[in-house]
Ligand binder design. Structure first.
Ligand code: DX5
Ligand code: ZN
Length: 215
């Protein structure tokens, strides 16, 4: 059974409190929180004060996806804001291993996200040190984009690598997940499904989360 991580990027920001309540009452496992800096990605979302407010409104895992340059400057602030998982981008970190060590020393689970063009094989030497791989199935920066089909092949390769190395690393797939493609994604090896538009723009978000969960 996959873990479900609704992305609050697609939530109604005027009703964040209601959105958090809805997720708390749902079968959602993680709150996925997308932070964008307008430099690593061509968009700006929300940051530390908003995450701090959201994390106080839930007991569920706060999964913070940093699409920012120099994440080491803010790791402690995100921890203080309530992040449980902190994910940084492979493409944004010159000293990825150091960044991962920092995140773990701050008491958070550490994740590495890779863009659609980045080969999963490049994660080989960092896999033993991390808790989560966030496989981007769209180019990061925006919700509501279409799933890039070759992610499925990358997903199977990554699943195989993790199994062969006998590691306990979760694979999270992020971007363009719908009720139609989710089963294939789970069958290809995903442990965690991020879903923004599919959840928040649906007629019945709780029911959609239930459907994703019961795949
Ligand atoms: C994209 C973000 C995703 C996004 C997913 O940059 O990392 O988490 O919010 O949204 P959907 O599910 O609508 O593609
Ligand atoms: Zn994300």
């Amino acid at each position: 059974m996959p873990l479900i991580a609704p992305s609050l990027l697609s939530a109604n920001f005027l009703k964040l409190s209601d959105e958090c309540k809805m997720l708390n009452d749902s079968e959602a496992d993680w709150f996925h929180l997308d932070v964008m800096d307008g430099r690593f990605v061509p968009n700006i979302s929300f940051g530390i004060p908003v995450i701090s407010a959201i994390s106080k409104a839930t007991k569920k895992t706060c999964d913070v996806h940093l699409m920012i340059l120099e994440p080491e400057k803010y790791a402690e602030a995100f921890r203080d804001a309530g992040a449980n998982n902190l994910t940084v981008h492979y493409e944004a970190c010159v000293h990825l291993h150091r960044n991962i060590e920092q995140i773990k020393s701050l008491g958070m689970m550490a994740g590495v996200a890779i863009n659609p063009h980045t080969r999963v094989e490049l994660l080989r030497d960092i896999l033993p040190d991390i808790d989560v791989v966030c496989l981007m199935s769209v180019n990061p920066g925006f919700g509501g984009q279409s799933f890039i089909p070759n992610t499925l092949e990358k997903l199977s390769t990554l699943r195989k690598m993790i199994n062969e190395l006998n590691l306990d690393v979760k694979i999270e797939v992020d971007g363009g997940i719908t009720l139609e493609n989710a089963k294939q994604i789970v069958d290809s090896g995903a442990d965690v499904l991020v879903a923004g538009n599919a959840v928040f723009k649906s007629a019945d978000p709780k029911q959609t989360i239930h459907q994703l969960k019961s795949l």
